[in-house]
Design a protein around this ligand. Structure first.
Ligand code: G6P
Ligand code: MG
Length: 220
């Protein structure tokens, strides 16, 4: 029986994913690396240092920098990202999400956040929706990033629920892989070609309707 919902943050509750990708793309250019759209999109859901490592790999620059230099690159990217976070307001909550959260509350479903972002608490605060969630499992509290199932398993534990009792929401291929590896029902938001493993897929958050999602979960 369904008892809880687990949400990724960037690209699901708000479009901060585009700010992450823009800041990474700027950094890549500064390093002389031109990323394809596919390479850029593969960074969705990936932790900060893993994202940097992937970019350096795409640019054939692995091992060219010291750990100290890599930390500086990541810090510069984060500075740029935080400038965008500072401008966020509740208006930046994606369409369809306020209704979905209200319907879930009405149905007494427990909710929490499984985000790879160390900035997750700050973003939720800016969106003024932190109080809707029982908690956040963020990058600071997990050992392995998505696609490892750890973050979704911890989120499920935080809600005191079993894998079969939750539905989890993701916009990233790495995230959907993490949900499936945790044995949970995955709702993907985005492109079928990228989110192949999702149990239920919508093109946009606008199309998220709790009754339809629950029907798909029951039939799975
Ligand atoms: C999210 C985003 C990624 C980002 C990661 C780490 O999951 O989808 O693009 O790299 O969090 O974010 P942070 O704010 O800690 O750098
Ligand atoms: Mg995401």
């Amino acid at each position: 029986m369904l008892k809880g919902l687990i949400f990724d943050l960037d690209g699901v509750l708000t479009d901060s994913a585009k700010f992450h990708l823009a800041a990474w793309n700027d950094l890549a250019k500064e390093l002389g690396i031109r990323l394809t759209n596919e390479q850029l999109n593969s960074l969705r859901g990936i932790s900060r240092m893993d994202s940097l490592d992937l970019i350096l790999q795409y640019g054939h620059q692995t091992n060219e920098y010291t750990e100290q230099q890599k930390k500086q690159f990541a810090a510069a990217k984060n500075e740029k990202f935080l400038q965008q976070v500072d401008t966020m307001t509740p208006k930046d909550i994606l369409p369809g999400i306020p209704q979905l959260l209200a319907d879930a509350q009405e149905a007494n479903l427990k909710m929490c956040i499984a985000s790879a972002s160390k900035n997750a608490p700050k973003i939720l605060h800016k969106l003024k929706i932190a109080s809707k969630f029982a908690g956040i499992v963020d990058a600071a509290t997990v050992n392995k990033g998505k696609p490892d199932p750890e973050i979704y398993q911890k989120a499920q534990q935080l809600l005191h629920l079993k894998a079969s009792e939750v539905i989890s929401f993701e916009d990233a291929a790495a995230g959907v892989a993490a949900i499936k590896a945790a044995g949970q029902f995955a709702v993907g938001i985005g492109d079928r070609t990228v989110l192949k493993e999702a149990d239920y897929l919508v093109a946009s958050t606008k199309d998220l309707q709790l009754d339809k999602i629950v029907a798909a979960y029951i039939n799975s």
